[in-house]
Write a protein that binds this ligand. Sequence first.
Ligand SMILES: Cc1cc2nc3c(=O)[nH]c(=O)nc-3n(C[C@H](O)[C@H](O)[C@H](O)COP(=O)(O)OP(=O)(O)OC[C@H]3O[C@@H](n4cnc5c(N)ncnc54)[C@H](O)[C@@H]3O)c2cc1C
Length: 423
Amino acid sequence: MESEEIETTVCVVGAGPAGAMLALLLARAGIEVVLLEKHADFLRDFRGDTVHPSTLEVLDELGLYERFRALPQRKVEKFEFVQDGVSFHPIDFHTLELRFPYVVFVPQWDFLNLITADAVRYPGFRLMMRAGASGVVWRDDRVVGVRCDTPDGPRTVRAALVVAADGRNSAVRRSAGLVPRDLGIPMDVMAFRISRRDTDPDEGLSTRIGNGRFFCVINRNTYWQISYEAGKGAFDRLRREGIDRFRRDLGEMVPFLGDRTGEVGGLDDLHLLEVRVNRLRKWHAPGLLCIGDAAHEMSPAGGFGVNLAVQDAVASANCLVGALLENQRSGRPLDTRALAAVRRGRWLPTVLTQEFQRLLQRLNVERVGRGDGTLLGPHPSTLFERLPFLRKVLTRVVGVGFRPEHVRIPLTASPRDVVNRAD
Ligand SMILES: Cc1cc2nc3c(=O)[nH]c(=O)nc-3n(C[C@H](O)[C@H](O)[C@H](O)COP(=O)(O)OP(=O)(O)OC[C@H]3O[C@@H](n4cnc5c(N)ncnc54)[C@H](O)[C@@H]3O)c2cc1C
């Protein structure tokens, strides 16, 4: 079948946090943008439901914070850790002067629906769901478009810029021949749910450590979202030890769940989530830019991935809007130096964040996974009592990150009245 062609200024591939946010920013700046998403909806379980203070500020700068606040959510002001029965709070947002002193847990699909629902109000925006990109189109040594499969047949989207925001297994990145460097993070994460009762504690997020086990328990109002984290091969060990041993460990580490560990019916109820950390050395080629996990895959440690993806989107819009408006006016090809500027601005925050995640991995999961049972030398509760600035530093790194981005582009496009561009 012959591929129909669609013309636009920017084609963003992937409507995750990076792609959806970038497409919204561009549309609001008056740039024509097509956003391709291979799934029919935004439903994803056990992936990135944390919205940190830096992202809340971006939402506020876009005038979306009030609508965001109306979504079903839970605010968490402190992260609790319990090690060998002793509780401490290495992250406490009240120790910093922040506009939004909390992390919000919100289902990722609600967050993405909010962003894309705002974007469809702008005339230059087009969202194509169930449109899976299969590869880029080259002319000479420049990317000039993307091929994708849609329910109506194959399409080619021609654009001055293609943005690969299609996540950790990016098809666009692969087809452009960009290969990330693997930074290795030997860790298994298994996620599952257990019902929550009114008599349960009211804590927002609690990480239970000890006995070679690591359970992160998140209050999602009607249920507990739990991730079990351990060194690589933990799932094989579980298979050998059996589900009863797992239930016993869970009951010991999180005693208030002891009466319902049977809700984990078997190993099939544990969703094994593969964790990798990698990054591209070069994020762009002529006509192509990679952002978010497509440029640097993140581990779940510290819940940075969604927020870093949003920061990339804001930085990309700040660097590129001028050149894209010029391209729309004159047809002049996009200067590759503008693309390089995105990577230059985001490189250091990305490297520092990933190295921080690897440090957490070494201190937490590897030591605990070996059964050493301690995070550092002395019990960490003592450490945070003696060195209060350590809590402030950790809280800033987790909540705000390194070199936070702010929306610096003029959001000049007027929304249209009729919403008709979501295919
Ligand atoms: C187990 C686990 C737990 C995590 N938990 C957290 C957490 O709690 N907090 C946090 O901040 N981060 C977390 N992360 C990291 C976070 O999920 C990612 O860093 C973040 O989602 C990256 O956003 P993104 O927009 O770059 O990519 P993604 O969120 O992966 O979005 C990519 C989008 O592209 C679409 N797509 C893929 N291929 C194509 C294609 N060919 N054509 C069209 N569309 C395509 C996908 O359907 C998806 O919608 C976790 C990661 C893992 C592995």
